[in-house]
Ligand binder design. Structure first.
Ligand code: GDP
Length: 370
């Protein structure tokens, strides 16, 4: 149709017919099948990890954390193939009660060592509370603002399902994958509440305990066992009018450490004060850690400790699998609640109950093997 503006009256103005506007929604979209993530083979995983591909590494860690047997089977194969490329790192456990300043410190520590020593850093976590809450906060990216956007860092929250032993095993396996992907510095973070420290201690080269200067007796409430595990104790928040108190706390820790037997490593655990928030005294902490690494590499303790840790994890793995096999046995599952009731009511002693359940289990195993 002729446009009125094209008539002689409006000469000089021309309106073209134009073209049909495409729809704002792609008409082919609904016909296209939804894209599913391509399943990766063991070789794909290993290749990706060795190339340092973070997406593949993340997917491999998810596989390690999965409880599905088919995922576990692939995960174990990937781990085995990555093992020859693992081990070449400095593993540091970092522990402290909530509020001690772990996330603030890890952010600063991470940036410091990446700048000073280069390489790549992985931050992993073991959170014993996640078993109950089903959600872990430790190792959460949002808590480490600068590190989480650093191209050389990989942050992974704690695996959340299973027993502490199971969670710890997954973190240990994740260390192997990270190392194979070229991460030569590993932090394993945990909350200072007891058992999880033992698990972290059994997978790191250096155990760093973050403490705060409180009021009065600094050593109150700190389990002796945790202090004995520490290769270094650092008192955080030594800033403002807290500096003196932090120094005093450090002196008390030093005195207390003298009372413990000398550590197997031959290293004397050190006590330092710092401020993660104001980035004061951070360099000294990492000078200490690397001095320790040099010291134990020289005297052979570094390799000895890693070998001992492998042994520990062999037994842990056996224990975990035996426990799993026992508690997931259908006959045991059927009997367990009844036995528990009888023990609670006092009609059966705990020993007799345990023995009869174990006998049932062993009988069943024998039956299954013929
Ligand atoms: P986390 O629970 O152990 O991870 O502790 P956070 O890193 O979340 O820190 C707990 C609180 O302590 C936060 O409010 C921090 O801002 C504060 N904080 C952490 N480090 C320092 C420090 O060096 N000095 C001071 N004054 N406050 C700090």
């Amino acid at each position: 149709m002729e446009h009125p503006e094209n008539c002689a009256e409006y000469k000089g103005l021309t309106v073209n017919a134009g073209v049909e506007q495409p729809s704002s929604v792609n008409p082919y979209l609904k016909n296209r099948p939804r894209q599913k993530k391509r399943e990766l083979t063991v070789a794909d995983y290993v290749d990706g990890i060795l190339k340092g591909d973070v997406t593949v590494l993340s997917r491999a860690v998810t596989l390690v954390e999965s409880v599905r047997p088919e995922h576990q089977a692939v995960a174990q194969e990937v781990i085995e193939k990555c093992l020859p490329y693992a081990g070449n790192s400095v593993r540091v456990g970092i522990s402290g009660v909530p509020g001690a300043g772990k996330s603030t410190s890890i952010d600063v520590f991470g940036l410091h060592i990446l700048e000073r020593y280069g390489g790549k850093l992985a931050v992993l976590a073991i959170d014993p509370s996640s078993e109950r809450s089903k959600g872990s906060i430790l190792g959460d990216k949002t808590r480490m603002e600068k590190l989480s956007v650093h191209p050389k860092s990989f942050i992974r929250p704690s695996p959340s399902a299973g027993s502490l032993g199971g969670v710890a095993r997954k973190t240990r396996e994740t260390i192997i994958l990270c190392e194979a992907a070229g991460y030569d510095k590993i932090f394993v973070e945990t909350v200072g509440v007891g058992q999880s420290e033992t698990a972290v201690h059994s997978m790191v080269d250096f155990f760093l305990l973050i403490q705060l200067a409180g009021t009065g007796d600094e050593l109150q409430g700190i389990k002796r066992g945790i202090m004995e595990m520490a290769d270094g104790i650092v008192i955080n928040k030594a800033d403002g009018d807290n500096i003196e108190r932090a120094r005093l706390a450090a002196a008390q820790f030093r005195n207390a450490l003298h009372l413990f037997p000398a550590p197997e490593s031959g290293w004397t655990p050190q006590v330092l004060t710092y401020s993660g928030f104001y980035n004061l005294g951070v360099k000294e902490i990492w000078d200490m850690v690397y001095q320790y690494i040099g010291f134990v590499k020289e005297n052979g303790y570094f390799v000895y400790r890693r070998n001992e840790q492998s042994k520990y994890w062999m037994y842990e793995s056996i224990n975990e699998q035996l426990r799993h096999s026992f508690y997931h046995n259908p006959k045991i599952e059927a009997l367990l609640a009844g036995c528990e009731q009888q023990v609670l009511q006092g009609s059966l002693t705990s020993f007799v109950a345990a023995k009869s359940l174990l006998d049932t289990y062993f009988e069943d195993m024998k039956g299954n093997s013929v």
